[in-house]
Design a protein around this ligand. Structure first.
Ligand SMILES: NC(=O)c1ccc[n+]([C@@H]2O[C@H](COP(=O)([O-])OP(=O)(O)OC[C@H]3O[C@@H](n4cnc5c(N)ncnc54)[C@H](OP(=O)(O)O)[C@@H]3O)[C@@H](O)[C@H]2O)c1
Length: 172
């Protein structure tokens, strides 16, 4: 099962220009990703998301097998980020590989480019979105790519802090 858990602006952007995440400061509830993290057994990140984390030198996701989807031959290292494997190619093959390792619930960390490929392959099972109360106009879209409409069922909807929202959708 692939779960895309991300935080976005009201206009569905997960980052402003130059990886600017300052809009997330409009969320005044504590970041609760650790509760979600307990229930996943593996992670997938796109190359640009990985590069951003390497530049910031922090890896809050220790201890679970992680795949970095990249064309790069070598991965820039990040202390604490183990075990990490590079993957290039069709995301359907990656999902198969993860299944063969006996892993059951994978966090698709992002970004939008990679999420678009999962939707094109119809491999996104669940969406957990934290919506920040800000419009930012430009930046990376939650999902970037071409695919037919993918229908989801609303499983949870609640306020998140004073003006934010948490939604959870499951594939119908
Ligand atoms: N707010 C949030 O919750 C959240 C979550 C995640 C990310 N983000 C933000 O989103 C931004 C990054 O998102 P993004 O959409 O620009 O990029 P991304 O999805 O993280 O990475 C895209 C890159 O991954 C590589 N790639 C993608 N598909 C591939 C494939 N099938 N095989 C091999 N390589 C592949 C390509 O890079 P190469 O060709 O260079 O290898 C591609 O340019 C960052 O600013 C990050 O901070 C925000």
């Amino acid at each position: 099962m692939i779960v895309y858990y991300a935080a976005m602006s009201l206009d569905a952007r997960i980052s402003g220009p130059d990886h600017d995440l300052s809009f997330l400061k409009t969320l005044d509830a504590p970041n609760d990703y650790e509760t979600f993290y307990v229930d996943v057994d593996s992670l997938i990140l796109g190359a640009r998301t990985w590069d951003f984390m390497v530049r910031h030198g922090s890896w809050p996701y220790a201890g679970k097998p992680s795949w970095i989807v990249t064309h790069a031959k070598t991965l820039a290292g990040l202390p604490g980020a183990e075990p990490v494997e590079p993957f290039a190619g069709d995301v359907a093959d990656l999902v198969r590989l993860i299944g063969e390792r006996g892993l059951k619930r994978t966090w698709l960390v992002g970004g939008g480019d990679l999420a678009g490929q999962f939707l094109a392959a119809d491999l996104l099972d669940e969406l957990i979105l934290t919506i920040a109360p800000a419009l930012i106009g430009v930046g990376t879209a939650l999902v970037d790519g071409a695919f037919p409409p993918r229908r989801f069922r609303l499983a949870e909807l609640r306020p998140f802090g004073e003006d934010g929202v948490r939604v959870r959708y499951e594939r119908r």
